[in-house]
Design a protein around this ligand. Sequence first.
Ligand code: SIN
Length: 325
Amino acid sequence: MTRRPPAVRILATGGTIAGAAPSPCDTSGYRAGALPVDELLAALPALDDIRLDARQLASLDSKDALPGFWQMLAGELARAQADPDVDGVVLTHGTDTLEETAWFLHLTLALAKPLVVTGAMRPATAASADGPMNLLQAVQVAACPQAARHGVLAVLNGRIHRARHLRKAHTHRVDAFDSPEAGPAGFIQDGYVGWLSPAHRPAPRFAPETPLAPVDILFDYPGISTAMVDAVLRGGARGLVWAGYGNGSISGRIEPLLREAGRQGLAVVLATRTGAGRVGRPGTDGFIQAAGLDPYKARIALMLALAAGIPPSDLQSLFDTLSYE
Ligand code: SIN
């Protein structure tokens, strides 16, 4: 019996990978999400060993991808995963908030098949656009059955990153993405998929459809305005991620405000504005420590945890576990 080639479904949502500019010289003056997925497909070479189909879910600039959009995507991706005609899924997405979407999906989706998110730093109309190669490599990784054992992945610039570690770390270079501390999970070269870290697929922890709890992020800085912090504390959020100095340290004038907010029921998570490293401060009773999660990932974890009714006494162990799984 001949085995059929793997089938990969591409779900498109817009971003620079579908961006169009007036001239091939423009890499920043363009409209994100301008081109339909058929045009992205047309830029791929013919593939004998992978069957493709594509659907357009949205045509967004990912700065406008709100939490309700993550939830819609989780539903679509769960349906694609359940489709017996699909062996792997690629989600095309703007790079600006790709890490948030990938992390939300990591926390909420059970993965039976590979799920790979990709995007591009240059619009599709640019000379030397990076989108076609990123899409091709994302498709090749999604066609690789072992990829499902690594959880939600992102493929950009020849590297495979786990959603847990992924971060956009540059404004315009094509190698804008990295995985601080951990390094990439693997690489892809001429269709060869190489893994650099052991497979690890955590079970989903949260239901995607729960209404998410509002959580804000504030970054500390010398001379921070107490009026601004006060306004945020009175804004109605259920949680706050404090992106503090170094190991989660808080400006002296602000710490009493956060302690009082914590006493009144606000979940306050201490993260770091440094970009990498674990937050583990002694003497921070009353606060939750983000451990290895950056402020953006800590926020999404807290939005889901509060919505799921996880009691305050269990939040620290949740952050500790999510950081290193
Ligand atoms: C976006 O995030 O939709 C625009 C920027 C990009 O994709 O690089």
